[in-house]
Design a protein around this ligand. Sequence first.
Ligand SMILES: Cc1cc2nc3c(=O)[nH]c(=O)nc-3n(C[C@H](O)[C@H](O)[C@H](O)COP(=O)(O)O)c2cc1C
Length: 158
Amino acid sequence: MNTRPTEAADEPLPGHNPPLLYNLVYCSRASDGVDNDAVNQIIETSRRCNPARSITGLLVFGSGIFFQWLEGPRDSVLALLALLKKDPRHHTVVLLTSGEEVRERLFPDWDMELVTADAVRDVLVDALDSAQDPQNAESLRELLQQLDAGLLNGPAKG
Ligand SMILES: Cc1cc2nc3c(=O)[nH]c(=O)nc-3n(C[C@H](O)[C@H](O)[C@H](O)COP(=O)(O)O)c2cc1C
């Protein structure tokens, strides 16, 4: 018979400390001619390279706009950002948020997951529903606000 109290399932594992993680969100405009095949190639490269950099995240592509969440060690994420800014497959890279916190990864299993603009809201709402870390919940609420502000529906104005 299992006598373990059920509340124990929600308690953090003893001795487990969340890592210090740098995260950033940017959006950018896809260059002319960047289609789904080109985006799939970006995902392939990301999945090959990100594990070695300890980077995980989410790439949204819709209406010619990229929206990417990157999380990992600060130096790795900033080195990738420098590479990304030089990539001719997009332009007008706008940094939306960045920060460094001690917390769990939002997307621990995703070397880089591609989400279409149609599905991204569901993904973020699911992640928010299951977020136990208040800082993660706050970041997800921010992402949802940016999404609901119409960021993915067309070119940024102004
Ligand atoms: C929108 C966008 C997102 C990208 N995301 C990543 C990523 O998460 N990881 C990655 O290694 N490369 C990513 N890339 C590709 C990099 O810009 C770069 O081409 C790649 O890291 C290979 O670099 P290298 O040509 O110096 O080897 C992305 C490119 C674009 C346009």
